[in-house]
Design a protein around this ligand. Structure first.
Ligand code: APR
Ligand code: ZN
Length: 374
């Protein structure tokens, strides 16, 4: 029985911006009040983790990356009531405290206890549960999943169905709600509509799935890596565009293809330039541009201000606007009931100790999602 004891296990540490992750022996303290210690079963590698490791978004080094995790509760701290040891859970990069102004409002999900924007890398009490050779190691996004064991606040943990296949459902922790949810729940893509998705990686592919599931009749997929096109077509993309091979700006091509602009545009890369391109691809009057990708620190969006009057909507969305603890477990149930098929989103699975190979595949653009297995 490990409860109440410090656990020594393997974890990947990002020691400094842009350095290669190194797998180290770490000490994981027991969970304090309101915290949960999780034995990780699988974790996805998300674009956001890569941005954090490169130091492009807010992160405090050294830290243990990863937020897209599925695992089993090993032990709980005082006062924890929503999960118990042995429960299957997902980690949540946006928590749901159920007390803050965001959680209490019927719309939106950006809980005030989130740690993605201006990240502290610490638990809610301002301390860390990880050390390596006596040095304090930071958490990331309230989660940290590139580790055999992690400590996560209860508000960032969702209990899921006992029948969930743990080698796959980690993608329902981020990729599926972020992409699929942006289309189905946030944009509420309409039947017969035209959509354009910029970026056909994990998040963009999940957005395509959401557009298709909502009955979109045309889905234009845009990526600079044509290796993503066959996967995208299989998920429902009707037209693939590589902006580097076009003679005109891609937004102009989308305008010409649709005549009037797309009803819905999704930016699933995290580049401010592409966000503007997505905006310019939308129907002037009713078009909705959803920003799904997380842009690097300090990047700015510069729009033609006069164009705003036309009625287009620019909307940011994080984890599909789902109140995370309430809604994300329902996506797992939907998968088990064959209502959402996440299988095509997981293109690779590798053991945790092949993390470097997984990142090589990711950087080479060979994966939609590679899931690491513990
Ligand atoms: N134009 C079009 N496509 C691009 C461009 C570009 N300028 N630059 C990159 N891409 C493509 C890549 O080829 C890749 O297929 O965007 C895709 C990004 O996918 P992933 O790297 O798999 O990242 P993903 O996990 O999908 O995350 C995307 O969402 O959550 C956020 O922070 C995350 O900003 C990131 C975004
Ligand atoms: Zn909250």
């Amino acid at each position: 029985d490990t409860s109440g004891k410090t656990i020594t296990c393997r974890a990947a540490i990002a020691w400094a911006a842009n350095s290669t992750l190194s797998i180290e022996e770490v000490q994981v303290e027991p969970p304090k009040a309101g915290e949960v210690r999780i034995k990780m079963a699988s974790t996805g590698i998300c674009g956001t983790d890569d941005h954090a490791i490169k130091g492009l978004i807010s992160a405090l080094f050294p830290f243990i990356p990863g937020h897209e995790g599925a695992g089993i509760v090993e032990s709980i701290g005082k006062g924890v009531s929503s999960v118990k040891p042995g429960d299957k859970v997902l980690t949540l990069a946006i928590p749901q405290c159920r007390e803050c102004s965001s959680c209490l409002h019927p719309k939106g999900n950006f809980c005030e206890k989130q740690d993605v924007l201006s990240s502290s890398g610490l638990m809610l009490d301002g301390t860390s549960r990880f050390t390596c050779e006596g040095k304090k190691i930071h958490h990331s996004f309230r989660t940290s999943t590139f580790t055999e064991y992690s400590v996560v606040p209860e508000i960032a943990v969702a209990k899921i169905d006992d029948a969930a296949p743990m080698d796959k459902v980690s993608v329902i922790s981020c990729e599926v709600p972020t992409g699929y949810g942006a289309a189905v729940n946030s944009a509420k893509v309409t039947c017969g509509s035209t959509c354009v998705v910029y970026g056909l990686g994990g998040i963009g592919s999940a957005s395509v799935m959401g557009c298709k599931a909502s009955g979109a009749s045309r889905i234009i997929g845009v990526d600079i890596n044509e290796e993503k096109f066959p996967w995208a077509r299989a998920l429902g993309v009707t037209d693939c565009l590589n902006p580097r091979k076009l003679k005109k700006p891609v937004q102009q091509v989308v305008m010409e293809m649709t005549g009037v602009g797309a009803d819905f545009a999704f930016e699933a890369i995290g580049l401010s330039d592409v966000m503007l391109v997505a905006w310019d691809s939308c129907h002037l009057s009713h078009g909705v541009c959803l920003i799904v990708g997380l842009a690097p620190l300090n990047s700015k969006l510069s729009l033609d201000a006069s164009m705003i009057i036309s009625g287009r909507t620019l909307k940011g969305v994080c984890l599909g606007d789902y109140k995370t603890r309430d809604c994300i477990p329902q996506l797992v149930t939907g998968y088990l009931q064959n209502k959402i098929n996440i299988d095509p989103l997981v293109t690779h699975q590798l053991p945790f100790d092949q993390l470097h190979k997984a990142f090589e595949l990711y950087h080479a653009g060979k994966t939609i999602r590679c899931v690491l297995l513990f």
